[in-house]
Design a protein around this ligand. Sequence first.
Ligand code: ZN
Length: 103
Amino acid sequence: MTKGIDCTDEDIVINLWHWMVEDGITSWVFAAAMLRQNGYKRMSGKTVKERFKKYFEDTTGESVYVKCPACEKGTLVPRSSDYGYFVGCSEYPRCKYHAYQKR
Ligand SMILES: [Zn+2]
């Protein structure tokens, strides 16, 4: 059942919204990795971008940049740790903001 596209698009978009808009994931490659980690079909960052960019029309270019909600100076950047993926502020260690992936 990996052939159909529409059956899972909505679900994927909801996840992408969480990661890219709320958590501030900044790259499509990273979004693709998050989808893989969550059991979705393997897709390249380019594929994910081409297929889902239309749902994120406010964004342009290669990456989605989201300002840090804590300091409003830094941008959120993806990181990984033993506990999984998370996003942190580019102003770290001055700003300690971070958010973990939605479950
Ligand atoms: Zn910050």
